[in-house]
Design a protein around this ligand. Structure first.
Ligand SMILES: [Zn+2]
Ligand SMILES: [Zn+2]
Length: 322
């Protein structure tokens, strides 16, 4: 069965071809993530388990490129599932702060472990949430992809961060959060260490980013107090989304951390949330200009949309978890 990385020479990016994933069953019936199941076993608060249908695996078949143009590489990597809580329903804002801190700790520990494999260059933790984006399992869970390549989007950010250092002798992440602080128009929530904002350059209508106020490169750099503050920012984001978009709310949450091989002093750990909601009733579909041109049209004005999120936060969200 074909299982390989294929190179797109026009875009300079990789595609994972996972022939075996076509047989992936649609899970129904009993929850595989509730405690006590065959995959989950006994006592835990958060748990990492192997992804049963990985698109990358440590023993992916050896491959050999047939031509200089149609290059391929081994689809070597590790895919894990992180079960965020023992509760069958809910999200970060409905489980205890301590639980979310444990979740971040586990992501850091998995990053360290996965980085030990010689073929792993990047560890990408993320969460897909909600039926709208195809997630049928309601038990709160995330995933980790440990990759033999640096994801295209992160590689692009690294290039820009390096360029900014060269041109201005400054750290780009530091400049962004300081300028956002100065303008103050797009900040949804902040604490001593992290800032949750709807970025100046948002692509999705209610996109949110969490930037640190000091240099953390990997999730494993976070100490207990740092994890507490990051957990709060994540909880605020999901609490606001759930109030804003109702029961069927969906989002993608990505942790962008530094590659695990090599030195990236100017690349800071940050979190990005993308949601397809344009409103409670309407969704944003990336269409011609977005897909075919990679130019996002922002329907609305970021500062006004931030205002909507802020009203929800102030009027409808119970922040007792902070
Ligand atoms: Zn469950
Ligand atoms: Zn990023």
């Amino acid at each position: 069965m074909t299982h390989e990385l294929r190179w797109n020479p026009l875009l300079g990016s990789w595609i994972v071809v996972a022939g075996h994933r076509i047989k992936r069953p649609w899970r129904k019936g009993e929850c595989p993530f509730c405690p006590g199941g065959p995959e989950t076993g006994g006592e835990w608060t958060v748990l990492s388990i192997p992804n049963k249908y990985p698109s990358l695996s440590p023993d992916a078949p050896e491959v050999c490129s047939e031509s200089y143009l149609f290059k391929k590489e081994r689809a070597q990597g590790i895919c894990e599932v992180i079960i965020e809580t023992t509760s069958h329903e809910g999200d970060f804002h409905t489980i205890p702060l301590q639980n979310v801190m444990e979740y971040l700790k586990l992501l850091g520990e998995r990053t360290v472990e996965l980085a030990k494999y010689s073929f792993i260059r990047y560890v990408l933790p993320f969460k897909n949430k909600g039926k709208i984006i195809g997630v049928s399992l309601t038990h709160p869970h995330s995933q980790i992809y440990a990759l033999p390549i640096i994801p295209y989007r992160v590689a692009r950010e690294i290039t820009m961060v390096k360029k900014f250092r060269k041109n201005h002798d400054l750290n780009l992440f530091e400049e962004i959060y300081q300028n956002e602080a100065k303008e103050g128009k797009r900040i949804l929530y902040e604490n001593e260490l992290f800032m949750l904002l709807l970025p100046y350059y948002a692509m999705w209508p209610y996109e949110l980013h969490i930037y640190p106020k000091k240099a953390f490169h990997l999730l494993s750099d976070l100490k207990k107090e740092d994890r507490r503050e990051l957990a709060k920012a994540i909880m605020v984001a999901t609490a606001v989304y759930s109030k804003m978009f109702g029961d069927e709310y969906s989002y993608i949450m990505m942790f962008h951390q530094a590659p695990v091989k090599g030195e990236y002093p100017d690349y800071w750990l940050h979190v990005e949330f993308y949601t397809p909601h344009l409103s409670r009733e309407r969704l944003k579909y990336p269409a011609g200009i977005e897909w075919g041109g990679w130019i996002f049209t922002y329907d609305g004005v970021p500062e006004e949309r931030l205002h909507e999120l802020k009203s929800i936060l102030n009027e409808e969200v119970d922040l007792s978890f902070l």
